[in-house]
Write a protein that binds this ligand. Structure first.
Ligand code: ADP
Length: 662
């Protein structure tokens, strides 16, 4: 076994690999960019080597710098994690050519599965069912449009070099094909440097079911059952589970055997995932699943497999890369219970899942037997340079129902303040009726988007607690210096204060009336809530409302406060009348960059007439393409950016004026 390995990655996966290596007595070397000097993975590793600036292309994606770091540190092997260089055959080859071990498959296996078109052709030959469509070389737009018509709409355009849902567009009608093709190609070119595409029949409401496979260098291949990753948004996985609901032993065996056949066809070594799409219009059926692609690395969602199979997949990877045979045979593997994983992201579901940056000023995960895979700690920042993943939350229980109850609980008890995040969305999703009933499909989130992402108006209890805090009532009732507290109240003349609470659902006017040191009555337009403060301090407050005791955690920030109450997160902001927040909400004159990024396309010129909702500027930020639209009808008065410009957060990109104003 290796005595020292280098981990060519960052974030949660680097931390996760370090933990297993340490348990096995292997020393670890982390690499880091300028943005990650104080990152958790750097602190956890035995050694760390700086590899360049924040931009991934000059650090985590630089083969040369990573190889140099490996040499310098004397590591015998390189673990690529997922993303970055993990599926880069040239990198694997370069590593091997200098006598180091690449912890993963051979460069040949990676290449065979690297492009979706060639992989599909190869799988067809190996007798693995593939999604019907066109995966040839001809990339002429008119020719592809003809193939789409032949396949029958809806179709899916996929970048052959694609990954992470990028360069993928569903097209419903011939009229939309050309524009979708252009945009898929543009995204593919930017993300992968290759704009070739394939066209597939778009399956309606399918399920994404994938099989974990493992091969060793002695010719053995096993599968470790399936994961259902059907809960997706923009083709990206949101909550994954293992096993798949409704899976029969017959179908599991058929899919498992097909996946093993796929792996054998390319002499596969190490951890891999064969992704299938299942047409479930008539229920799960062994004759209606199709190969989509094979990922020749560890997947983000591997922990659910670890939970139900009772194995450590990173340990398997290390042992196999060290030349050992597979630790278990197929007959020794069995499914134990049920597991879910939810991906907690710094993104704002109520604003189209816009990635968010900022400092995680408060971050608390629940105690108990939840597995939390994270690469950040409280106080760390989510930067615009990498994925805005905060953590993966993994639960395991004997049955699906028990595991789902645990999942909801964990999502409700996790606390994040400082950046927007998708906790509330995930908690609602974990309780969504079709999902709870065991019927996830890839279209579920889109269909239910409105309910899942609606801004939540805080209930009266949350409003009342927030209002008392805003009015200074918690400090007063907590004692401290009673004279000072009293003085503060006296400034207002009487113990009766108006408070305006601004929240994601709008704002609420209320009045806080103190009836004693710990007794308050909070009045809204047509109703009032009586609150007794039982205790408070250090960010916790304990109140009694209507004969029920309630605990809340309060987190104050310069521009607002976050209240964690009854499993919900409520953020109240204090608007600065001089900033653009209000303007944006009502559809103002300025188009503002929601985050730092690169201006890719400017669709308008000064003087152009635009309509509300019209796409004006396309920017690339946090590895995503964002379309910025007109907040209202008007004329472009001034344009402040051009294509190729780098922009900072909150920068004014263009200004509009009403059509008739001069
Ligand atoms: P990527 O490599 O970018 O992740 P995949 O080929 O793995 O792309 O597909 C990602 C997701 O897109 C799938 O999980 C599925 O939800 C959806 N998808 C892919 N192919 C089809 C198809 N032919 N019909 C319907 N949905 C599809």
């Amino acid at each position: 076994m290796f005595s020292k390995i280098l981990i060519a990655n960052r974030g949660e996966i680097a931390c996760r690999i370090i933990r297993t290596a340490r348990r096995m007595g292997i020393r670890t070397v982390a690499v880091y960019s300028d943005a990650d000097i104080a990152a958790l993975h750097v602190a956890l590793a035995d050694e760390a080597v700086h590899i360049g600036p924040a931009a991934a292309s000059e650090s985590y994606l630089s083969k040369e710098r990573i190889m140099a770091a490996a040499w310098r540190s004397g590591a015998a092997a390189i673990h690529p994690g997922y993303g970055f260089l993990s599926e880069n055959a040239d990198f694997a080859e370069a590593v091997e050519s200098v006598g180091l071990v690449f912890i993963g498959p051979s460069p040949g296996s990676i290449r065979a599965m690297g492009l979706k078109d060639a992989a599909k052709a190869l799988m067809e030959r190996a007798g693995v069912p593939v999604v019907p469509g066109y995966h040839g070389d001809n990339q002429d737009a008119a020719f592809l449009a003809e193939r789409a018509t032949e396949i029958g709409y809806p179709v899916l355009i996929k970048a052959r070099a694609g990954g992470g849902g990028k360069g993928m567009r569903r097209v419903d009608r011939l009229e939309d094909f050309a524009a979708a093709l252009e945009s898929a190609r543009r995204e593919a070119k930017a993300a992968f440097g290759d704009d070739a595409v394939l066209i597939e029949k778009y399956l309606m409401q399918p399920r994404h079911i994938e099989i974990q496979v493992f091969g060793d260098s002695h010719g053995n291949v096993v599968h470790l059952f399936e994961r259902d990753c059907s809960l997706q948004r923009r083709h990206q996985k949101v909550i994954e589970e293992a096993p798949a609901p409704g899976m029969t032993e017959e179908m599991r065996n058929t899919m498992g055997e097909a996946a093993v056949r796929a792996a054998r066809a390319i002499d596969y070594r190490g951890a891999g995932t064969v992704e299938f799409i299942a047409d479930v219009s008539g229920g799960l059926s062994p004759d209606r699943f199709f190969f989509m692609e094979m990922n020749t690395r560890l997947q983000v969602e591997h922990p659910v497999t670890e939970a139900i199979a009772g194995v450590d997949l990173v340990e398997w990877q290390l042992r196999i890369a060290g030349g050992e045979p597979l630790p278990k045979t197929q007959a020794e593997l069995a499914v134990d219970g049920w597991a879910f994983e939810a991906r907690l992201y710094a993104e704002d579901p109520s604003r189209g899942f816009l990635p968010s940056t900022g400092t995680l000023s408060h971050l608390r995960f629940p105690d108990g037997d939840t597995r939390v895979d994270t690469g950040v700690c409280q106080g760390d920042s989510i930067t615009p340079f990498y994925d805005p993943l905060i953590a993966k939350l993994i639960v395991h229980a004997p049955t699906r129902q028990a595991a789902l109850v645990k999942l909801t609980r964990v999502l409700q008890d996790t606390q994040v303040a400082g950046t927007a995040n998708n906790l509330d969305f995930l908690a609602r999703l974990s309780q969504q009726a079709d999902f709870v009933a065991g019927h996830p499909d890839t279209g579920l989130i889109d269909r239910e988007a409105e309910t899942l992402t609606a801004a939540s108006v805080p209930d009266d209890i949350a409003l009342a607690v927030a209002a008392i805090i805003e009015a200074g009532g918690m400090t007063r009732s907590l004692g401290g210096d009673p004279w000072q507290a009293l003085g503060a109240w006296q400034l207002w003349g009487e113990v009766n204060r108006p408070v305006v609470l601004y929240h994601s659902g709008g704002h609420t006017n209320c009045r806080v009336i103190a009836k004693g040191q710990v007794l308050f009555s909070v009045h809204f337009d047509d109703r009032a809530v009586g609150v007794r403060i039982v205790g408070a301090g250090g960010g916790d407050c304990h109140v009694e409302i209507d004969g029920r005791q309630i605990s809340a955690d309060v987190f104050q920030m310069p521009h607002g406060m976050t209240l964690f109450l009854d499993g919900h997160t409520h953020h109240f902001h204090r608007p600065d009348p001089l900033d653009g927040v209000e303007e944006e909400a009502i559809g103002g004159d300025r188009l503002i960059a929601p985050m730092p990024g690169l201006i890719k396309i400017v669709r308008v010129q000064e003087g152009d007439l635009v309509a509300k909702g019209q796409a004006l500027i396309i920017m690339e930020a946090m590895k995503m393409e964002l379309t910025l639209t007109a907040t209202r009808d008007g004329v472009v008065e001034s344009l402040h950016v051009g294509e190729g410009d780098q922009t900072s957060e909150s920068a004014v990109l263009l200004s509009l004026r009403p059509e008739d104003a001069q």
